[in-house]
Design a protein around this ligand. Structure first.
Ligand code: AMP
Length: 401
């Protein structure tokens, strides 16, 4: 059986999913795995489609010092699966820059182009590209597809892409790119199936996970989003502050003597729910805590979602639906209820029972704004793009995981 491997490479981890390729009808995920602790305490873990553990093995840091080595371990493990032939690989790539507005098959020339974007996403892009480079060298026969987190937001009104800075900097790439695009694209594709009444309308998708952002969809296309040049802007997140007066950074530099490395660590690791609560970044821990700082952090998160949603509703000039997705959006009825209350002025009325029971439509029948819960699936989106580009068809069908 031919299979498509979906790779999501981070600084110290390689997440993998494998899908059956070339099969008409319902897509089938064959396995999900990850190698964590690359370079420190590597561990390979994978489960099959039925949840059965296929492998759970500790590896030595000498064997897996970096991502290419981790990829090699993954390849060896996958080769050992009987009856499965790797036919193509789809990669999550955080940045497609101003030009790439869709996924594409990676050639050495494309890879060189994507490497030029590293300065725009120095924390993510090098890791995303490392496995692509390794496979291009080792398996030039294998088709690889790059799927960008930024691509779905390209083609917006130039007003939405711009900061109020001189043109030269904009031309050098300092723009509002937006991220979480694969998640939003997946949701936009699901809406005609789960909510045909609003799919062509004005929709805010709330991707609320450890990273969080909102996207304004008009007839299924991104017109505005809360993240900008990097994944730091917009909503507060697990450990990132979201919208922050740039004057705070000047203060950290001048009054606190912090350099770029210290500020980067602060912004990506010490702020958000973790910084606010002093407890941690995990919403489950905060919801379980009776510490008033946890309650404040949650209230702040909800408040900011309400403010940013108001901004996106303004970009859409009205609102027909709000979709909750990702770890918090899909699982926290309490958070959804609090956000719905903040959006009452826009016409949102929650059905508390449907919300508590985790229905896909959680708004009351008389709600002017439909409230929906739609689980996201970025990996399936990558698998679909890969199948479409490599096999010329949507051999992995839309809609189901
Ligand atoms: P993600 O990045 O999409 O995997 O989302 C991770 C976030 O989802 C973390 O803050 C988790 O605490 C949160 N999360 C996952 N399950 C639940 C749940 N049942 N209730 C509240 N938050 C949850």
């Amino acid at each position: 059986m031919d299979a498509i491997l979906v790779v999501n490479a981070g600084s110290s981890s390689l997440k993998l999913q494998m899908f059956e390729a070339g099969r008409a009808g319902t897509p089938r995920r064959l396995l999900e795995g990850r190698i964590e602790g690359v370079g420190t305490a590597p561990r390979l873990h994978a489960v099959g489609a039925d949840g059965a553990i296929l492998v759970d093995r500790t590896l030595s840091p000498e064997t897996v010092p970096d991502l290419p080595a981790a990829l090699h371990v993954a390849e060896t493990f996958l080769r050992g699966l009987s009856g499965v032939t790797l036919a193509a690989v789809g990669h999550r790539v955080v940045h497609g820059g101003p030009a790439y507005d869709r996924p594409l098959v990676v050639t050495p020339a494309v890879l060189a182009d994507l490497e030029r974007l590293v300065p725009l996403a120095p924390l993510h892009q090098p890791h995303n590209l490392a496995p692509i480079r390794t496979l291009l060298q080792r398996r030039p026969d294998l088709s690889q597809v790059a799927c960008f987190d930024t691509a779905f937001h390209r083609g917006r009104d130039p007003l939405a892409d711009r900061f109020a800075i001189p043109q030269t900097l904009h031309d050098e790439g300092v723009r509002r790119y937006g991220f979480h695009g694969l998640s939003y694209e997946y949701i936009a594709g699901r809406l005609p199936e789960v909510a045909p009444d609003v799919a062509r309308g004005r929709v805010i998708v709330a991707h609320l996970g450890s990273g969080a952002s909102l996207c304004a969809l008009s007839a299924g296309r991104s017109v505005e989003t809360t993240m900008g040049f990097t994944g730091l802007d917009g909503l507060p997140m697990g450990t990132r502050p979201g919208r922050l007066d740039p004057g705070v950074l000047l203060h950290l530099m001048t009054a606190k003597g912090m350099d770029a490395v210290a500020i980067e660590h602060f912004l990506y690791r010490e702020c958000g729910l973790k910084g606010l609560s002093g407890i941690g970044n995990d919403m489950r821990d905060l919801e379980a805590s009776d510490d008033p700082r946890a309650a404040f952090a949650i209230a702040f998160f909800v408040y900011r979602i309400g403010l940013e949603a108001g901004m996106l509703a303004a970009a859409l000039r009205g609102l027909d639906a709000v979709v909750f997705t990702a770890g918090i959006g899909e699982n926290s009825a309490r958070l959804r209820a609090a956000v719905a209350e903040r959006l009452a002025w826009l016409g949102a009325v929650l059905d508390p029972v449907a919300n508590a029971q985790g229905h896909s439509r959680i708004s009351a029948p008389d709600s002017r704004v439909a409230l929906l819960v739609v689980p996201t699936n970025e990996e399936l989106m990558i698998a679909r793009h890969t199948a479409g580009l490599v096999f010329g068809s949507s051999s992995i069908s839309r809609g189901t995981a």
